[in-house]
Design a protein around this ligand. Structure first.
Ligand code: ZN
Length: 285
């Protein structure tokens, strides 16, 4: 994917390199610590200082946030992720405007290492990339993409990462369009259809990822679509083991088969038409 020198999103929250160490503290007192943590919003925009206030009552331990300098390669990955996020913003702002479906509210994306607390509970790297509707943020530990190659046999490559990002952004679109909320309601009413509804929702997120790729064609390079399809193939339900650690429900249950995932991605990519993304009538009938 051609991404260098292009716009980077300001909605990327890069928390990589922060680790929480534990320090012993005197018991029985209320301790407030203010930790100044360095947040990197891409090299171009410089560094921004954000205060993190942790108030602890009656606690024996105090968590201290430590920051290490990111490597040159990690910084480069941060710029890439900020560019992909900016691409999703441009594309979805355009699609929402063209189809008169309201304003696109841009989500934030959090990059983390090992563990993160979210509006949907605590999560670890084992959760894989996911979208949290409660705080409307996408969470990613980029180590997932190494695993995608080594454990799940995907080709890898930058467009595999872009596809997974676009899939998670697809869940944000479903939240804005209230599809996710309707599905949750239907799943409560009809337990026997719950899994199939989940599959339809996931395949629609793949369709939305394909739609994004359609609008981003001018930046695609030879082999990019194959990278996306290889990733979609690797994360199909029939190809992936369920990952069940952390409080967050992993975004890898009941996603559809590898074949279905590739098919819906390609449908979005080829049509470029959001109205073609009704995965529900096909899956439920
Ligand atoms: Zn998903």
């Amino acid at each position: 994917m051609k991404w260098k020198g292009r716009r980077q999103s300001g909605n990327l929250d890069d928390r990589r390199g922060m680790s929480k160490g534990k320090l012993a503290a005197g018991g029985g007192i209320v301790v407030t610590i203010i930790v100044l943590a360095l947040n990197f919003f891409g090299g171009e925009t410089g560094q921004q200082l954000a205060p993190i206030v942790e108030q602890l009552g009656n606690s024996q331990t105090v968590q201290q946030t430590e920051q290490r300098e990111l490597t040159a390669q990690e910084k480069e990955m941060g710029k890439f992720m900020a560019t992909v996020l900016a691409d999703t913003e441009d594309v979805w702002n355009q699609i929402f405007a063209q189809n008169n479906i309201g304003d696109y509210k841009e989500p934030a994306m959090v990059l983390f290492t090992d563990a993160v607390s979210t509006g949907c509970g605590n999560a670890s790297s084992a959760s894989g990339p996911f979208y949290c509707p409660a705080d409307q943020k996408v969470y990613m530990d980029l180590a997932f993409f190494d695993e995608l190659k080594t454990r799940f046999g995907a080709k890898g490559g930058d467009f595999a990462i872009a596809y997974v990002t676009a899939h998670e952004i697809g869940h944000h679109v479903q939240t804005l369009l209230r599809t996710s909320q309707k599905v949750t309601q239907l799943q409560r009413q009809n337990r026997s259809e719950a899994n199939r509804l989940s599959v339809a929702l996931e395949l629609q997120a793949d369709f939305y990822a394909g739609l994004w790729a359609h609008y981003n064609q001018e930046y695609l390079e030879e082999g990019d679509i194959e990278e996306a399809l290889s990733a979609a193939n690797a994360v199909g339900d029939d190809a992936i083991q369920k990952r069940t650690q952390g409080d967050v429900v992993p975004d890898s249950f009941t996603h559809g088969t590898s074949e279905q995932r590739m098919k819906w991605f390609m449908k979005g990519y080829k049509t470029g038409d959001i109205r073609q993304g009704d995965t529900f009538s096909e899956i439920l009938n």
